[in-house]
Design a protein around this ligand. Structure first.
Ligand SMILES: O=C(O)[C@H](O)[C@@H](O)[C@H](O)[C@H](O)COP(=O)(O)O
Length: 242
């Protein structure tokens, strides 16, 4: 493992996913020690799915009282409920369905068979979040090859949207219709962790960290923003030595 400020580099995707799962469990346990409850914002994508599997497989998963965790989503693919490509479906299958969570504390974004448009789903989600977006204890983000986070893509109007939640159209990553927290809602989190694995992410990681113009580079959570990445994703970072 190498460290450079807010960037933590692990050997490979397997170690990364296991390390993030362990950190995440401790973070939620700490929040519960202070407040009796915790909140987390989930993301979609392959590395996140691996983290969720590691949470379920972790021998310390009982450090968290799962019935006192609120689960939110940072973005969702606007598809029918139960669609295997929905971030909700992936998270439920990977870990939520197998832990004693309180169903009332699981807050998925509306599916395309429940509401007509991504904008309508965004409006409903904003109402569920309430007038004051919670200062989530932990917000997870994957990053795309183009530097997107959640469903905020470079050059897409959703990136500049106001309010807490936005309907997204013309996403370059399928499906084209999505729902996303806005950058300001993301940055209201107490902690944001950006997780990246693989050489394909190396350029975006470097650019986001050095210039800060890409969506991922604009993530600045209230408490801390941490980059948890593997060596391949870190391979273009010139100032890190391994
Ligand atoms: O719904 C989604 O697609 C996302 O939430 C998206 O922001 C994702 O996290 C990144 O694209 C990384 O995905 P990978 O880990 O699969 O590359």
């Amino acid at each position: 493992m190498s460290r450079s400020g807010a960037v933590i580099v692990h050997n490979d995707a397997d170690v990364l996913a296991e390390a993030v799962a362990a950190r995440l469990l401790n973070r939620l346990a700490d929040a519960q020690a202070h407040r009796g409850e915790a909140s987390i914002v989930l993301t979609g994508g392959r590395i996140a799915a691996k983290v969720y599997q590691n949470i379920l497989g972790s021998p310390i998963r009982t450090v968290v009282d799962w019935s006192k965790v609120d689960f939110w989503w940072g973005d969702e693919r606007f598809l029918p409920s139960g669609d295997p490509e929905r971030n909700e479906t992936q998270a439920r299958e990977a870990f939520l369905d197998h832990l004693p969570v309180d169903p009332a504390r699981v807050h998925p974004m509306a599916a395309s068979d429940a509401v007509a448009t991504p904008e309508a789903a965004a409006e409903l989600y904003a109402a569920e979040l309430g007038p004051q977006v919670p200062a989530f204890d932990l917000l997870l983000l994957g990053i795309g090859e183009d530097g997107h986070v959640a469903s905020l893509f470079p050059g897409n109007p959703a990136l500049e949207a106001e309010g807490a939640v936005v309907g997204v159209r013309n996403s370059p990553k399928p499906p084209p219709e999505r729902v996303s927290l806005t950058m300001s809602a993301i940055n209201g989190a107490t902690a944001a962790w950006i997780i990246a694995s693989g050489e394909g992410k190396a350029e975006a990681v470097d650019e986001a960290l050095s210039k800060g113009e890409l969506p991922a580079g604009r993530v600045k959570a209230v408490g801390h923003t941490r980059w948890l990445i593997d060596k391949d994703a870190a391979s273009h970072l010139k100032h890190l030595e391994f």
